[in-house]
Design a protein around this ligand. Structure first.
Ligand code: NDP
Length: 243
């Protein structure tokens, strides 16, 4: 079955690189009109635009830092001007770092919390007036949220927080016709280099016998964006190859 998102208006944060770029592309391939933001421009943004040119969906790529309330306001205004309303908001932007808990500085904790968690609160709240009565908020969590990861206490805390935030928003926003869900990927091989040791370690943990691909996360996002998932809200969907 192919899923059509024709007529859907979509915003993807951090939507020009890695998993976010795959989500932007998959939404446009399904026929949606997509706005995707990036924080730092570069060749990857141009490369994505070239691929988007071949999709049936309309698209617009724009700069926005999700830790800046001014940027969020400008981004929402851009969505209003270009699309009029939103049916789907994908909170994908995220950062990670590897630091022993005992050495974790408050500034780094704050940077990761601001980017991965506070931005979702701010983004959804700012976008609320634009979200239609049949809309879907999708946030990219992490399979690490409920198992914990050494060296990533800050990251793990934000991803666990995202699930609680999303479940609470699901309850409050459900009566407005807004579904709120999380996709929790396992280890996904993006264009970022992973050492052979890491690949072997995480591959061995999966039932699939391999790491995931960005398009495999994007497919879940397309499903959650579509009306086929109309009775799913407050869910945290694992997409981790059976880790
Ligand atoms: P990347 O580092 O490749 O991409 C992160 C994206 O977030 C980039 O598009 C980046 O934009 C954007 N971003 C970061 N900070 C900001 C900011 N302040 N404002 C706007 N955009 C920002 O990561 P992945 O593609 O691997 O990860 C995407 C999401 O998936 C993240 O939330 C991550 O935590 C989650 N995830 C990833 C897994 C994996 O194995 N890859 C596993 C589990 C979860 P720019 O490039 O312009 O700076």
């Amino acid at each position: 079955m192919t899923i059509s998102l024709e007529g859907k208006k979509v915003l993807v944060t951090g939507g020009c690189r890695g998993i976010g770029a795959a989500i932007t592309l998959a939404m446009a391939r399904a026929g949606a009109d997509v706005i995707a933001c990036y924080r730092s421009g570069g060749d990857h943004v141009d490369a994505l635009a070239t691929r988007l040119d071949e999709t049936p969906g309309k698209y617009h790529l724009t700069r926005a830092d999700v830790t800046s309330s001014a940027d969020i306001a400008a981004l929402v205004q851009e969505c209003r001007d270009r699309l009029g309303s939103l049916d789907v908001l994908v909170n994908n932007a995220g950062v990670i770092s590897h630091i022993p808990f005992a050495e974790l500085k408050l500034e780094e904790w704050q940077r990761v919390v601001d980017t991965n968690l506070t931005s979702v609160f701010a983004m959804v709240q700012a976008a609320l007036p634009l979200l239609s009565g049949n809309s879907s908020v999708i946030s990219i969590g992490s399979g690490s949220a409920f198992v914990g990861l050494a060296l990533r206490a800050h990251y793990t805390a934000t991803k666990a927080g995202l699930v609680g935030l999303s479940r609470s928003m699901s309850r409050e926003l459900g009566p407005r016709g807004i579904r709120v869900n999380v996709i929790s990927p396992g280890v996904i091989q993006t264009e970022k280099e992973l050492s052979d040791e890491i690949v072997a370690k995480y591959t061995a943990m999966t039932s699939a016998g391999r790491l995931g691909r960005p398009d495999e996360i994007a497919n879940v996002a397309v499903f959650l964006a579509s009306d086929l998932s109309s009775y799913i809200s407050g869910a945290d969907i694992d997409a981790n190859g059976g880790i």
